[in-house]
Design a protein around this ligand. Structure first.
Ligand code: NAD
Length: 442
């Protein structure tokens, strides 16, 4: 068993830390955010992920995981330090590496024995060469530090499951010592490990995420064409899915991808290519389609209604996907400000995302409309003139078509997740607009 420190307790770092503890490693999770650390010390997860809190509590009681802001004490004698800090997008599309640089500096100041630094954060190809050099340049003690790449593939909403049952673990190393150490750390998970060099590992992460983003944008592009030519995207996807070369997953059309990864990782790879004088045309197309797709329903509704001014607009779902409280790049963040600008009175329901949305909303532009949050779906729908569905939470999917007809003032629904069958909604008397399917009869 190894002594592991994890830098950054977000979706990646905290889940990795808890899972390392679960398989028996001794884990210290480090975060610079004192409030977050206090929350974790009291046994509460600062993020919503199924199964995470139970894992944290079980391993805390077993003495295998602790939380601290004291990076020096945590890094000084760790066998491996995993980095899971953010690498957000900069205005030009490139990845912001300042958090990585800060951790690298903190590691260099602190380590007192040979150790492996393992970067889980998504970083541009070649970054880890620089991180290794940077740490070595600033080392205070005479020790050997190597850097490995170990990109993360978990999906928010199923992060614990995805980590404990990962389809593969990618390890990118430049020495046998680093490769073997990582193999041993991951051995208790009994998962397939793909060992490659550091730059290939960094590229595998971007190439995988961007391929998935491309698949989503492709299906959305085809869905939009389906509407124009009278085909149905669900039938089309079903027909495509039998081809094993295509596969059956990620063929759903919708309001576009969001979250902290696909949007920034597509832009980052396009930027990396541009720096090399290469135009990554496919990825650029995925980005362009997604941008348009995000506001597609708003634009459709704008054409249908004379104005949003004074209308009660029900919004079902605020988070970028179900199972998470994360709002990063969520469709709600683009569409609700547009509705408020137009004077709509927005009443939103989300089972876990309302508090986070309220914080973003408090800090942002308001418009002339009003923003309220409903405790129940029924409350959001009551008396509404129009409803937008942005996230396919289970409780939203469970709403019957009749509820829209009965509760709303005018049963006009724009569904960005194709939750309902067009026929059922029509039979219930709902004017239903979705993506890539036969237009509702008006
Ligand atoms: P996050 O923003 O949720 O968490 C980052 C954490 O790092 C924060 O808690 C922050 O306080 C902490 N931090 C910042 N500087 C620190 C420092 N010097 N020392 C200790 N802690 C520090 O980020 P995330 O969503 O977990 O993503 C982390 C990385 O993993 C990104 O590169 C992302 O692209 C990648 N990734 C994310 C996901 C995902 O689904 N969220 C999946 C795969 C890969």
């Amino acid at each position: 068993m190894f002594k592991i420190a994890v830098a950054g307790t977000g979706y990646v770092g905290l889940v990795a830390g808890a899972c390392f503890a679960e398989v028996g490693h001794q884990v210290t999770c480090v975060d610079m955010d004192e409030n977050k650390v206090k929350v974790m010390q009291s046994g509460i997860s600062p993020i919503y992920e199924e199964g995470l809190e139970a894992l944290m509590q079980r391993n805390y009681e077993a003495g295998r995981i602790r939380y601290t802001t004291d990076y020096k004490a945590s890094y000084k004698d760790a066998d491996a330090i995993f980095i899971g800090v953010g690498t957000p997008e900069q205005p030009d599309g490139s990845a912001n590496l300042t958090y990585i640089a800060t951790v690298a500096r903190q590691i260099a100041e602190s380590v007192e024995k040979d150790c492996l630094v393992v970067v889980k954060s998504t970083v541009p190809v070649g970054t880890n060469d620089k991180v290794e050099q940077f740490i070595r340049d600033f080392l205070v003690h005479n020790v050997n530090v190597e850097v490995a790449s170990n990109p993360e593939f978990l999906a928010q909403g199923s992060a614990v499951h995805d980590t404990l049952h990962a389809e593969r673990i990618i390890i990118g190393t430049e020495s046998k010592w680093a490769e073997e150490l990582l193999m041993q750390i991951y051995q208790p998970f009994h998962l397939p490990i793909v060992a490659v060099n550091r730059r290939s590992a960094e590229m595998i992460k971007y190439a995988s995420n961007d391929f998935l983003a491309l698949k989503i944008s492709y299906m959305n592009d085809i869905a939009n064409l389906c509407e124009l030519v009278g085909a149905d995207i669900e039938d089309v996807a079903r027909g495509m899915s039998y081809d094993e070369r295509i596969g059956s997953k990620f063929l759903n059309a919708g309001i576009g991808y969001g979250g902290s990864c696909f949007p920034k990782d597509t832009k980052a790879l396009a930027y990396i290519a541009k720096q090399q004088g290469y135009e990554l045309k496919t990825v650029k197309a995925a980005i362009d389609v997604n941008k348009e797709q995000k506001t597609l329903l708003y634009r459709k509704a704008s054409k249908r209604l004379i104005t949003f001014n004074g209308l009660k607009v029900a919004v079902l779902g605020l988070t970028f996907k179900p199972g998470t409280d994360d709002l990063r790049e969520a469709a709600s963040l683009e569409n609700i400000p547009l509705l408020l600008e137009q004077g709509a009175d927005v009443c939103a329901f989300d089972p876990v995302g309302a508090d986070n949305f309220a914080k973003v909303h408090a800090a942002g532009k308001k418009g002339s409309g009003s923003m309220t949050y409903a405790a129940t779906i029924e409350q959001a729908l009551e008396g509404a003139n129009v409803c937008f569905i942005f996230t396919e939470w289970g409780e939203i999917k469970a709403v019957s078509p009749g509820a829209y007809k009965n509760l709303m003032r005018t049963p006009l629904v724009y569904d960005g997740r194709n939750i309902y069958s067009v026929a059922q909604m029509q039979a219930a008397g709902v004017e239903y607009h979705s993506i890539g399917r036969r237009p509702a009869r008006i």
